[in-house]
Design a binder for this molecule. Structure first.
Ligand code: GAR
Length: 198
């Protein structure tokens, strides 16, 4: 049974997909903590509704105290380690984690990104893919799950799925298609990986 720490910053629809897959017996895993860097992330509400432990851990207090990003990441790692996860799953976590965090979870941090490997790293990936389609530069986009390295939205790929772009699509249409694909792919990816020994 995989023990998951799920990191979120927003709606948490991918967290919900994990909660639902575990409940349905489709994913043998347990969510040991849901971590958010944003107080108003709706994913925290989803976690509470599912009676999961939550940790709200904002960067702001560190910034205001003149403390470094590395100090935040190191403390975040310590607090996460207390829950003894096998895997840290970044499911819409919009902070870049430095080696101060990653070094404490070698081979155990997965990230979900709404684009194919090497494309549209960073924020607003779906919108940038949509705009590239409008310019005739691409005819498909996709979703990936990968092991996390310090470079943003890069690292060894665990799973990908393509998402077609269709003439007449609105951005909202594409977003809905990408998210539906993510919800499936994230479950499959977590099922498929073997985290290294703790
Ligand atoms: C997802 O589309 C995820 O791939 C993306 O944030 C969204 C979170 O949605 N992550 C990134 O862009 C990481 N670079 P959710 O809060 O509804 O799960």
């Amino acid at each position: 049974m995989k023990q998951l720490a799920v990191f979120i910053s927003g709606s948490g629809s991918n967290l919900q997909a994990l909660i639902d897959a575990i409940r349905a017996g489709e994913l043998e895993a347990r969510i040991v903590v849901v971590v958010s860097n944003r107080a108003n992330a709706y994913g925290l509400v989803r976690a509470e509704k599912a009676h999961l432990p939550t940790l709200y851990f904002p960067l702001k207090a560190y910034r205001e105290a003149g403390q470094s990003r590395e100090a935040y990441d190191a403390d975040l790692a310590e607090m996460t380690l207390a829950y003894q996860p096998d895997l840290v799953v970044l499911a819409g976590w919009m902070h870049v984690l430095s080696p101060a965090f990653l070094g404490r979870f070698p081979g155990r941090v997965l990230n979900l990104h709404p684009a194919l490997p090497g494309q549209f790293a960073g924020t607003h990936a779906i919108q940038r893919a949509y705009e590239a389609f409008q310019r005739g530069e691409i005819d498909q986009t996709g979703v990936m799950v990968h092991w996390v390295i310090p470079e943003v939205d890069a690292g060894p790929v665990v799973a990908t799925a393509t998402v077609p772009l269709q003439a007449g699509d609105s951005l909202a249409d594409l977003e809905a298609r990408v998210h539906a694909t993510e919800h499936r792919l994230l479950v499959e990816a977590i099922r498929s990986v073997d985290p290294v020994e703790k």
